[in-house]
Write a protein that binds this ligand. Structure first.
Ligand code: PGA
Length: 252
């Protein structure tokens, strides 16, 4: 049975004081959630106080994005090695907001994933369709295209053993409109099938998270679906009580 994972994406919210308090409350609140892996992804500049606040807890820390370059003259970027050095073990790659507002292409996302994995991080690869694409019945085509450059990587077997995928329908992110558990399951099964075509054993072990308006009141129904292995949580991850309830719903 796959161990579930719940990760909070704090996006561009907080400051040293609020991030430290949130991290401490998440650490305390998830102390007894032994049957689930938990992580939080603060803004890069708040990594140090958050890592300090999480010390000794079961909560991992992760980046929200990473450069596809190892190091060099890339103003404003964060290298995978820097995230590791700061105490991170996870990193989100290809979040729809990076794709939409910052020009992340499918190829660049694959390059970021390679760089993250090479540094020893667990990359969380985000995929998902827009509302227009869903209405045009293009969901599976869009996701297949997002996965394609990753599945074509020469060390894909090695990467699959380390990575996590998050299905995040763009129309459900920050909108309060969640995919139904059935809609999520359908796409998660499609993703697992696409991975199985490449490596059946890895597909069975791969964790596929759902993201998009996950809240305490819909988490259990989503996690009950056979191919939903946890969540990537935005808005609700900013409230320790809500996030903790979501983690508890995933514990088994
Ligand atoms: P949301 O964000 O939970 O606020 O919809 C999810 C995400 O963007 O990862």
């Amino acid at each position: 049975m796959r161990r579930r994972l719940v990760v909070g994406n704090w996006k561009m919210h907080g400051n040293r004081a609020s991030a430290t308090a949130l991290a401490s409350n998440v650490a305390a609140g998830t102390k007894s959630c032994s049957g689930v892996d938990v992580g939080v992804c603060p803004p890069a500049i708040l990594m140090a106080p958050v890592v300090a606040a999480l010390a000794g807890s079961r909560v991992a820390c992760g980046g929200q994005d990473v450069s596809e370059h190892e190091s060099g003259a890339y103003t404003g970027e964060t290298a995978a090695g820097m995230l590791v050095d700061a105490g991170c073990t996870l990193v989100i790659v290809g979040h729809s907001e990076r794709r939409q507002f910052f020009g992340d292409t499918n190829d660049r996302v694959a390059a970021k994933l390679v760089r993250a994995a090479a540094a020893g991080l667990t990359p969380i690869l985000c995929v998902g369709e827009t509302l227009t694409e869903r209405r045009k019945a293009e969901t599976s085509g869009v996701i297949a295209a997002q996965l394609a450059p990753v599945l074509a990587l020469p060390n894909i077997r090695e990467l699959l053993a380390r990575m996590v995928i998050a299905y995040e329908p763009v129309w459900a992110i920050g909108t309060g409109e969640t995919a139904t558990p059935e809609q999520a399951q359908e796409v998660h099964a499609f993703i697992r099938g696409a991975i199985a075509a490449c490596d059946a054993t890895a597909a069975g072990a791969l964790r596929i998270l759902y993201g998009g308006s996950v809240k305490p009141d819909n988490a259990a129904a989503l996690f009950a679906k056979p191919d939903v292995d946890g969540g990537l949580v935005g808005g609700a991850a900013l409230k320790a009580a809500d996030f903790t309830q979501i983690c508890a719903a995933a514990a088994r």
